[in-house]
Design a protein around this ligand. Structure first.
Ligand SMILES: [Zn+2]
Ligand SMILES: [Zn+2]
Length: 258
């Protein structure tokens, strides 16, 4: 099995005992990759080519913008913007050709040249959309997380302590539950798969009850009749519930400062 080498970061994330160890792992990957990409001067040529072509999504540009390396960001933008402008010009030229070919004919089903132009326009617009949505950082997070998912199943099968933590700890967020369930049939045999779904399902249900109690208690605390009652575990119920539903995005960083 070629994925089991990287068990240490997976175990490190699990030991944090947060609401989702995969979110902690993903955030750690994201920060490390962001550092790598922003260090534009040390970029290997093939990475540089990919960055120039694909660029970054708005979440990751916002992240770069908030970091202090304004020059690194500018250097990356200069060449990515140049390449995007060139590509945009080519796409618009194709749109113009399609529109000119249909000029004079009404657009829509009745005119064959009009329908062809509409299809060509849609394909070219789709290409602009893809250019607007691409992100090298999102891609590399996805690739890293796929590898980690394989490692998770390797540990689940071979490390009884990890097995216990995964199936009776605090559980995972909904997006990462989806990832685990998607990969499970590729990693487990039929008997293991049935056990995995059962164990994960039972634990997720228990954890959902815990979160539900916390958010309900948080709300109750706003009622003056409960003002003197303790907060219990509900003080951070809002960020924890959001993060459980959508993956970590609010509240304190999932990893401790290094
Ligand atoms: Zn998660
Ligand atoms: Zn991104």
């Amino acid at each position: 099995m070629r994925y089991h080498i990287d068990t240490i970061p997976v175990w490190d994330a699990m030991r944090l005992d947060g609401e989702c160890f995969l979110c902690a792992l993903q955030r750690r990957t994201e920060l490390a990759e962001a550092d790598r990409y922003l260090g534009a001067s040390v970029m290997e040529p093939d990475v540089r080519v990919r960055v120039n072509r694909l660029g970054f999504c708005r979440v990751h540009h916002a992240m770069f913008f908030a970091m202090s390396n304004r020059l690194g960001h500018a250097l990356m933008l200069e060449s990515h913007h140049q390449e995007t402008a060139d590509q945009t010009r080519e796409v618009i030229a194709r749109m113009k050709k399609a529109a000119d070919a249909a000029a004079g004919a009404p657009l829509g089903k009745l005119s064959r040249s009009g329908a062809q132009a509409a299809r060509d326009m849609a394909a070219a617009a789709e290409q602009l959309r893809e250019m607007a949505d691409s992100c090298v950082l999102c891609d590399s997070i996805r690739e890293n997380m796929e590898r980690y998912l394989h490692t998770v199943f390797h540990l689940y099968r071979t490390d009884s302590e990890f097995h216990r933590c995964l199936t009776s700890g605090k559980g995972v967020c909904l997006p990462h539950l989806a990832d685990l369930m998607r990969v499970a049939p590729q990693e487990l045999n039929a008997r293991e798969l049935a056990a995995f779904v059962d164990e994960m399902g039972r634990n997720q249900a228990q954890q959902a009850e815990r979160i539900q109690e916390d958010i309900s208690w948080f709300i109750r605390k706003f009622d003056h009749r409960f003002a003197d009652q303790p907060w219990k575990n509900s003080k951070d119920a809002v960020p924890r519930t959001v993060n459980k539903l959508r993956g970590w995005c609010v509240g304190p960083e999932p990893n401790p400062k290094e």
